[in-house]
Design a protein around this ligand. Structure first.
Ligand SMILES: Cc1cc2nc3c(=O)[nH]c(=O)nc-3n(C[C@H](O)[C@H](O)[C@H](O)COP(=O)(O)OP(=O)(O)OC[C@H]3O[C@@H](n4cnc5c(N)ncnc54)[C@H](O)[C@@H]3O)c2cc1C
Length: 472
């Protein structure tokens, strides 16, 4: 179906999704298996192709589609990866195409692996998903429709629909539904709506390490074939980092970022100079003579924020997914994949409910919170280190247990430079296809212990090469 601006009145079972971005599209795909009709309500006018739009301003910045996210998208839309390939999104094989700076002087060693994702712009990922959702016979996307509130039944325990207004049209209206999903991103109104309806405020955790992004599009130099992705993440005590993603059309999306409000400049010279301050010159060298194709754009709403809906009584027949329930610092590229994991989980919980939707909300939000636990740990670990070094940042410094976990993970990172098996495990954890507890597998712990004993940190520092160790 092509997007319309007027929702069709529901006849039989009907689900509504608030927000037609990545999380909303994936949720709608899953709901289409369980409801006769699904309506996505999206405030933006939606482009007819892989273009950016006002409601998803982060789309201008490099987006890493983790392996877990790609696998779920492929399962929900068979042929999705081929569609990315057909649009020119290159393979990101973690053995041969991705170059990652692990310490200020050492790169992730080359591992023999078939483990891979695809590098595409976010608008391309969203467009290919939207195209496929629009082709579903029972899903309708309504653009320029803003959801202003929730409708409850007479007992005030169950969501029965939403209040909507058409952009540019004054009169608000109501739309009934058997189930409503909030996928409206970081600007979610669910906390406000719940409070207004008497459910109270959700508890919220915030870790804000003051990360700011700046991004510029370049043309990939002709014949360049050294890597598909160059990734130089910030790591204490260096607050600056950046990445180059080769995406469709032979473009390079170059995003740079700084912790503790050390924001990258948005003027062309400042942007380039920022890259020259990284521990290794590779990113600077890559872009210094490359042809820029856009201005520099910035983005600063990057704090980790998590609403603990699992800790409160919610109205039933309702779910919150994607950035609307948990937004991660984007440095580790987890947002789209965690939205995909949430959609997958929602499908499982609804399937197990055998049509009794009353229990879905509490079960889903509880399981989703458990699923977010691991991702939150990965997303905030480095942030907590930075936060603990500067006054006035939002979020507590690491607890004793977190410090110990950080120390062990730090040792594991050191070990992966010497043991390809650990490197593979680490890559899979960061791509969300393995849980962080995989680092506590006996094979991994034995290797970490062995390398810590035979190569303690002081010795490693003394032995650290002054030149980058390139993948062989
Ligand atoms: C700088 C930056 C870089 C990032 N990099 C990565 C990365 O490398 N990899 C990755 O996986 N993720 C990354 N992310 C996160 C990623 O963009 C999001 O997690 C992902 O797009 C999922 O978002 P969402 O669908 O939950 O919300 P959004 O994309 O924010 O979409 C919400 C949608 O809801 C609509 N909406 C809002 N309110 C209403 C309303 N009341 N009524 C109707 N519609 C409404 C909006 O118009 C919008 O379309 C990054 C984020 C940022 C900020």
């Amino acid at each position: 179906m092509t997007p319309s601006t007027t929702p069709t009145p529901a006849t039989s079972t009907h689900a509504i999704v608030i927000g037609g971005s990545i999380a909303g599209l994936l949720a709608a795909r899953v709901l289409s298996d369980h409801f006769d009709t699904v309506t996505i309500l999206e405030r933006d006018r939606l482009p007819d192709g892989p273009q950016g739009r006002a409601g998803a301003p982060q789309g201008k910045h490099a987006h890493n589609l983790l392996v877990r996210g790609l696998r779920i998208m492929e399962a929900l839309f068979p042929g999705f990866e081929q569609a990315l390939a057909d649009e020119g999104a290159p393979v990101m094989n973690y053995g041969s195409d991705v170059r990652v700076l692990v310490t200020p002087t050492q790169w992730l060693p080359r591992i023999e692996t078939t483990y891979a994702s695809r590098a595409a712009s976010r608008p391309m990922v969203e467009w290919l998903l939207r195209e496929r959702v629009m082709a579903l016979p029972n899903v309708e996307i309504c653009e320029r429709v803003v959801v202003d509130g929730l409708l409850l039944d007479a007992n005030k325990t169950r969501v029965t629909g939403v209040k909507v207004s058409q952009r540019g049209v004054k009169a608000p209206s109501e739309l009934a539904a058997d189930f409503v999903v909030d996928a409206s991103g970081r600007r979610t109104r669910t906390p406000v709506w719940l409070e207004e309806l008497g459910f109270g405020k959700p508890e919220v955790s915030i870790v804000d390490s003051g990360v700011g992004y700046a991004t510029r599009l370049y043309r990939k130099p002709a014949g360049f074939d050294d890597w598909t992705v160059l990734y130089m993440p910030p790591k204490w005590p260096n607050p600056r980092g950046g990445a180059v993603f080769e995406v469709e059309n032979d473009y390079w999306l170059v995003s740079q970022g700084g912790y503790l409000r050390d924001y990258p400049p948005t003027d062309p010279d400042g942007f380039l100079n920022f890259a020259s301050t990284f521990p290794q010159p590779d990113l600077y060298n890559a872009i210094k003579d490359a042809e820029p194709l856009s201005d520099v754009v910035s983005y600063r709403n990057t704090r980790n924020i998590r609403y603990h809906y699992q800790r409160m009584t919610l109205p039933t027949h309702y779910a919150v997914v994607g950035d609307a329930v948990c937004g991660f610092n984007p440095v580790y590229g987890q947002g789209m994949s965690s939205a995909a994991m949430a959609a997958e989980l929602l499908g499982e919980v609804i399937a197990h409910s055998h049509g009794d939707l009353a229990g879905v909300t509490a079960t889903f939000q509880k399981k989703l919170a458990e699923l977010h636990e691991d991702i939150w740990l990965l997303a905030t670990m480095e942030d907590l280190v930075f936060i603990s070094q500067k006054e006035g940042m939002e979020g507590k410094g690491p607890s004793r247990i977190e410090r110990m976990a950080q120390m062990y993970i730090g040792r594991s990172i050191g070990t992966m430079l010497y043991d390809p098996y650990i490197a593979q495990v680490f890559v899979e954890i960061m791509n969300l296809t393995k849980p962080t507890r995989a680092l506590f597998h006996p094979r991994v712990m034995a290797s970490v212990l062995w390398h810590s004993l035979t190569n303690p940190p002081a010795k490693r520092a003394a032995a650290a090469p002054t030149q980058a160790v390139s993948p062989s």
